[in-house]
Design a protein around this ligand. Structure first.
Ligand code: EPS
Length: 387
């Protein structure tokens, strides 16, 4: 079983991550992870912070001479902005009160719910951990998961389909092209015309002191049939993926396959007819409206997930709010922030899906070393040809 934890505040010293369950013998270097970290940092519409940070990982434990040991893998990413916050965010009690508390909650952020829940008098105690800065570590952890599932040739692609109400169209285009084009696009969008209009939306929102959200899609290829199960609610692959993606800051909706659209159609137009390929000795579909999952189990087709991200809650033209100290009405406080982070969120989405796939692979095929799990995996692929 794969499990992981992250720790760290947005303007604290660093972000930490611990991953347990990666088998021994996986080749892993910091450059595998840094590549993913840099993908998360780019994107039109990010704020000033991304000019400060240049995320780079330190692998602190669980790896020796470029290979995992089978023990927990420890990761660390230093916050460059820490030098500007070392007194305000110091763990030392002597710095207490060096800045006044923040008392004006931003609607839509964790500010108010967090201070109520944790009995804080200073919103900074909430926003530092609620911040999407934490997703840098999730991407690092996801990079390890990606490296692991890469052993089975499973790949994850993401692209942005909508920003600020502007929809892109995805014509018949191969997954390799999606992968290649999104890496060259500032919005990770393959529809060039839509991308121009999306950028205009972001620019207009910025001029108005506003923010925009959007939708991204994740496609997982070469997934073996049989991951997840219908036998218990929390083992269903669609539920697990939805949970993982929904856990990303600002995500408000997740769909698998046709998702909400399927609810508007007749069954005959939704379900994917079944065929058998004699040569490959395997079942296949000509359509993939199910998004690669039926009955909570992967069916061998690509997994398709879409997620809706709300506009970022920090507005330069703030909404009405109430001061938590005086209870006076106020305009919510303005923190430096992004205007749009949908492209970054799509990379985080890839990471979260990768951890769920890695977990399901471990669960199905077991094994403490890469050799052992590969053996189990190949044996399974052989056995399902006899069905
Ligand atoms: C964030 C606010 C901004 C973002 C941050 C998430 O940070 P700051 O307050 O320092 O300007 O840039 O995202 C990151 C730092 C990151 O690495 O993605 C928030 O409030 O969630």
């Amino acid at each position: 079983m794969l499990r992981f934890l992250t720790a760290g505040e947005s303007h604290g010293q660093l972000l930490m991550g611990v991953i347990e369950g990666i088998p021994a013998g996986l080749e892993l270097t910091s450059s595998d992870i840094n590549l993913e970290l840099s993908r998360r940092q780019i994107g039109y519409g990010r704020g000033g912070r991304m000019r400060i940070e240049k995320d780079s990982v330190e692998i602190t434990c669980g790896v020796r001479w470029g290979k995992t040991l089978g023990s927990p893998v420890g990761l660390l990413i230093r916050n460059r902005d820490w030098v500007n916050w070392s007194d305000r965010m110091s763990p030392e009690p002597s710095f207490e009160g060096c800045v006044p508390p923040e008392t004006k909650p931003r609607p839509g952020h964790a500010d108010l719910t967090g201070i109520i829940k944790y009995s804080h008098g200073d919103i900074r105690n909430v926003l530092e951990r609620a911040s999407a800065r934490e997703t840098a570590m999730r991407v690092a952890i996801g990079a390890v998961a990606k490296k692991f599932i890469g052993i089975f040739n499973i790949k994850i692609v993401s692209h942005v389909t909508e920003i600020g109400g502007v929809k892109g169209t995805l014509r018949n285009i191969s997954l390799d092209s999606i992968m290649e084009q999104t890496e060259r696009s500032e919005l990770r969008c393959v529809d060039k015309k839509a991308e121009i209009r999306m950028k205009t939306r972001i620019k207009e929102a910025k001029e108005k002191g506003d923010t925009v959200g959007g939708v991204f899609e994740i496609i997982v290829t070469n997934v073996p049939p049989g991951l997840g199960s219908y036998s218990q609610w929390d083992r269903r692959m669609n539920a697990r993926i939805a949970y993982a993606v929904m856990s990303i800051q600002a995500i408000k909706g997740v769909e698998i396959g046709e998702g909400f659209e399927a609810a508007r159609k007749l069954g005959s137009g939704v379900h994917d007819a079944i065929y058998y390929d004699e040569e490959k000795q395997s079942f296949y579909r000509k359509t993939n409206r199910a998004g690669g999952i039926e009955g909570g189990i992967t069916n061998g087709e690509n997994i398709i997930v879409r997620a809706a991200m709300k506009p970022i809650a920090t507005l330069y033209s703030p909404l009405d709010s109430v001061d938590i100290g005086t209870k006076e009405p106020f305009k919510a406080s303005v923190e430096r922030s992004d205007i749009c982070a949908v492209p970054a969120a799509s990379v985080v989405g890839e990471a979260m899906v990768a951890t769920e796939i890695a977990n399901a692979i471990l669960e199905k095929f077991g094994g403490d070393s890469i050799e052992e799990i590969e053996r189990n995996y190949l044996g399974y692929l052989d056995s399902i040809k006899k069905i």
